[in-house]
Design a protein around this ligand. Structure first.
Ligand code: MF3
Ligand code: CO
Ligand code: CO
Length: 279
């Protein structure tokens, strides 16, 4: 996800096509097919890694598998080399909010983790993440995962031409807070398409009717991070790993979507129907 500032706009090397006054690119009908190919590959790799998520496994072994699957598909990892990042995935365990770096630590019974993969297929970016569990899930972690998943889906339900980005954030925030959990403010979703991170910043909180108006042909991610405790985060000395300040558990789900004439097209649906975890 993007840091919640406008700096990433400087990294938008996208050219051509129509852009809105907010700098949001409008893609064409034929571009949806490219996004589906990229999104489906990213989602399939998240399906395939699931059986490897077991107690005793290292997160770098999961990342090795993901990198290999991207290569075997003839695709490119969007994260390797991105701002110096060296891995094909981010793997964020327990109180890690996002951008967890795969490493030699082994998964323990009851650990929850987000695996986030972004691939490039024929120049199109597919970006998705979901939650996994090693061993036996605690009741409170199960509730967190459930609320985070449902918050994303409520955000997606708010995607249609004429609604605003604030409507998406409002749908997510009100649901999360009604469940006495908190929405992370420090990171957000992002436009994507022929680039990884483009305008707008897709906030996971907000007020109805605010922000840019959604138009057919906009492509972006929605990727709420939800904490059991307070929303504040901090980034560790490795300059990537973001954790909850209060050490509370955090969860995240991410889809890449496009705005259609009458609603939304989800590019990163799980081919095996495994996006929502089964415990
Ligand atoms: N996939 C993340 C996102 O949802 C971005 C990861 S960038 C990395 O936008 F460099 F940390 F991998
Ligand atoms: Co993203
Ligand atoms: Co992602």
């Amino acid at each position: 996800m993007s840091e919640n500032n406008t700096g990433d706009r400087l990294l938008n090397h996208d050219t051509g096509g129509r852009q809105t006054r907010d700098g949001i690119r409008i893609y064409q009908t034929e571009d949806f097919a490219g996004m589906h190919r990229a999104g489906e590959l990213a989602a399939r790799i998240l399906d395939e890694v699931a059986p490897l998520v077991v107690v005793g496994q290292t997160t770098e072994a999961l990342d090795d598998f993901i990198r290999t699957r991207v290569e075997e598909a003839g695709a490119t990892s969007a994260t390797i080399g991105y701002k110096g990042y060296q891995h094909a995935s981010c793997i964020s365990v327990n109180h890690v909010v996002c951008h967890g770096i795969p490493g030699p630590k082994t998964l323990k019974d009851g650990d929850i983790l987000n695996i986030d993969v972004t691939v490039i297929v024929d120049g199109w970016f597919g970006d998705t993440s979901r939650m996994y569990v090693a061993g036996k899930l605690s009741r409170k972690a199960e509730r967190l995962i459930e609320v985070t998943h449902d918050a994303l889906m409520r955000g997606i339900e708010a995607v249609r031409p004429g609604n605003t980005f604030g409507d998406i954030g409002y749908a997510i925030q009100t649901f999360v807070e009604a469940n006495r959990m908190s929405v992370v403010r420090d990171f957000c979703g992002h436009g994507l398409g022929r680039v990884f991170h483009a305008p707008p910043n897709v906030l996971h909180y907000g007020r109805p009717g605010t922000g840019p108006v959604l138009e057919e042909g906009m492509f972006f991610t929605i990727e709420p991070m939800v904490n059991l405790g307070r929303p504040e985060t901090k980034v560790l000395a490795d300059e990537w790993t973001a954790v909850t300040r209060d050490k509370s558990l955090s969860a995240q789900f991410e889809h890449s979507v496009g705005v259609t004439p009458d609603g939304v097209d989800i590019f990163t649906l799980s081919p095996a129907g495994m996006f929502h975890p089964t415990y």
